[in-house]
Ligand binder design. Sequence first.
Ligand SMILES: NC(=O)c1ccc[n+]([C@@H]2O[C@H](COP(=O)([O-])OP(=O)(O)OC[C@H]3O[C@@H](n4cnc5c(N)ncnc54)[C@H](O)[C@@H]3O)[C@@H](O)[C@H]2O)c1
Ligand SMILES: N[C@H](CO)Cc1c[nH]c[nH+]1
Ligand SMILES: [Zn+2]
Length: 421
Amino acid sequence: MDWDSGATGQVEQVVVEILEAVRRRGDSAVLEYTARFDRITASCVAELEISPERRATALDRLPSMQREALEFAAERIRAYHQRQKTESWSYTEPDGSILGQQVTPLERVGVYVPGGKAAYPSSVLMNVLPARVAGVDEITMLAPAPGGEINPLVLAAAQIARVDRLFTIGGAQAIGVLAYGSETIAAVDKIVGPGNAYVAEAKRRVFGQVGIDMIAGPSEIMVVCDGQTDPEWIAVDLFAQAEHDEDARAMLVCPDPLYLDQVQSAMERLLPAMERSEIIRAALNSRGALICVRDLAEAADVVNFVAPEHLELSLIEPERMLSAVRHAGAVFLGQNTAEVFGDYCAGPNHVLPTSRTARFASPLGVYDFQKRTSLVRCSGDGAARLGRIAGRLARGEGLTAHARSAEYRVQESDDEQQPPL
Ligand SMILES: NC(=O)c1ccc[n+]([C@@H]2O[C@H](COP(=O)([O-])OP(=O)(O)OC[C@H]3O[C@@H](n4cnc5c(N)ncnc54)[C@H](O)[C@@H]3O)[C@@H](O)[C@H]2O)c1
Ligand SMILES: N[C@H](CO)Cc1c[nH]c[nH+]1
Ligand SMILES: [Zn+2]
């Protein structure tokens, strides 16, 4: 995890305590922490559930422009993710044996949608729709509602994405109750969704009990620019990720020092007018960077070292650099392609590997909600062939029962016809 504040140890301690309390005391611990951190007093967890009727009403009451925007985004996200769906497969060997892989959706998934400092209806769509495309049976969504307030767009998005159950619970207690279950909320098989340091730490700790998608750190953007894009565009592209969090990272890489100065001036000019200017300023001061490189080849080295969550190639010929990019969560090609399109409605998922994990991890996708089971069906001849080999290998490992099990099939093999899988 890369929330490198001095408070990391403190976060761990708090999270351990919360998870243990939720595991032991279920609903009553959830109620206690929800009252403490989100200022909602409820007499039972059922009171924190938002009914499908309330979600439908929230959708019906949305101004039509907002409803259309959500539905437009949902359709594009669904269409993109449909293409990620993998199917079961099998093949038959010459001796009639069949080998294959059966793909099945997960049964129960918990989706965490962050909501402490800002509400994220787009994250509802990005997390729930791939699970729906995969065919997950039951999706439980948890999101905090500080002071009892929840953004109607979040409810409307949950309705569009057809979550099964929705509770206003946040933080580590939300992750705990999804992992361990309680009197009111069933334990899930996998938890997905981003969140703050408490959420990330809780996910890390429940992994093993349940699956998780990834440990998402603060948002990041790296822009590589050839100096041909309006400096104000680049300035706000950097602000856009910086406004998420004081710990967000916004970096510009360019071979032209004069252009870097122009972007810096644009940032100073535009920042005061931004609503979240304090958060942006804090992020830029601690983790912002303007990096002057010799050329675009060196820019590619910087990109691959940082492995940014979002990479904007604001270049006249972005394709020329793309082949040199090895590590990035998502790449946005050309001056017109603002990274924020990917946050909302381009189609690909906005839950992406952060903190250099793009070296080995991928965007959230349908594949995160599908699992694979290997299948083997031996014909008589196939069993005889495999039995001889397996027997030899088992004896080499000193495992006699393994060897006998394999060798029985050699003796008993015949030419029985196997039906297809
Ligand atoms: N990667 C992505 O796709 C993506 C998308 C949206 C948001 N984000 C990130 O998610 C994060 C959202 O963070 P957030 O704080 O706004 O919302 P959050 O929902 O993650 O956290 C709110 C919860 O944190 C808990 N909490 C707060 N202070 C606490 C304390 N002192 N002790 C114990 N628990 C405490 C509370 O239970 C509260 O409900 C941001 O970093 C944002 O950048 C990432
Ligand atoms: N940039 C965030 C992480 O990819 C996603 C987001 C949601 N809303 C706005 N942006
Ligand atoms: Zn964003």
